[in-house]
Design a protein. Structure first.
Length: 143
């Protein structure tokens, strides 16, 4: 029987959309890939995969808003996630870990039954080609 999966992604510059497409292709033909801003209902899927970039201390806000909106329904569905970040290892400062796997904390702690966490954090760079010149300069990218 074909797996009916929903891959929801949030993105600013397109990297997470591309990652979601790769995940979707891997999962097979019964997979739908939808931007979280369309708020697709997670009901009636066998699996929901969240794909989102890290900005600041956690996943991009629209992803957390999506999870908040469908929290009860999502508790009932098997879930997995892939987060894209520059800092996948994190740093230890005064004996405490910052960044790295801890970026996934808001997403994991949003649920009673947490999502699968294998391979949860992928190294990624920003697709500057989809930034405007002003954005590039304001974020320190020179090319
Ligand atoms: C302004 C800005 C802030 C970022 N902040 C973080 C961060 O705090 N930690 C991190 O690991 N990666 C950070 N990143 C890297 C992004 O998570 C990464 O480039 C991601 O692939 C971007 O995904 P998107 O193209 O789907 O928006 C930041 C990138 C930008 C442009």
């Amino acid at each position: 029987m074909e797996l009916k999966a929903l891959v929801v992604y949030a993105t600013r510059y397109g990297s997470s959309k591309r990652a979601a497409e790769i995940v979707g292709k891997t999962l097979g033909e019964g997979t739908e890939i939808v931007n979280v801003e369309k708020f697709p209902s997670p009901e009636s899927y066998d699996l929901v995969v969240f794909v989102a970039p890290i900005y600041g201390d956690g996943p991009l806000k629209p992803m957390m808003e999506y999870i908040e909106r469908y929290k009860e329904k999502l508790e009932e569905v098997p879930k997995a996630f892939l987060l894209l970040a520059l800092d996948t290892s994190g740093v230890v400062f005064r004996g405490e870990l910052h960044g790295g796997i801890l970026y996934s904390k808001p997403l994991v702690e949003a649920f009673e039954v947490p999502p699968f966490t294998a391979s949860s954090l992928g190294a990624s760079s920003t697709r500057t080609s989809s930034m405007t010149t002003t954005e590039k300069f304001s974020k320190g990218f020179t090319q």
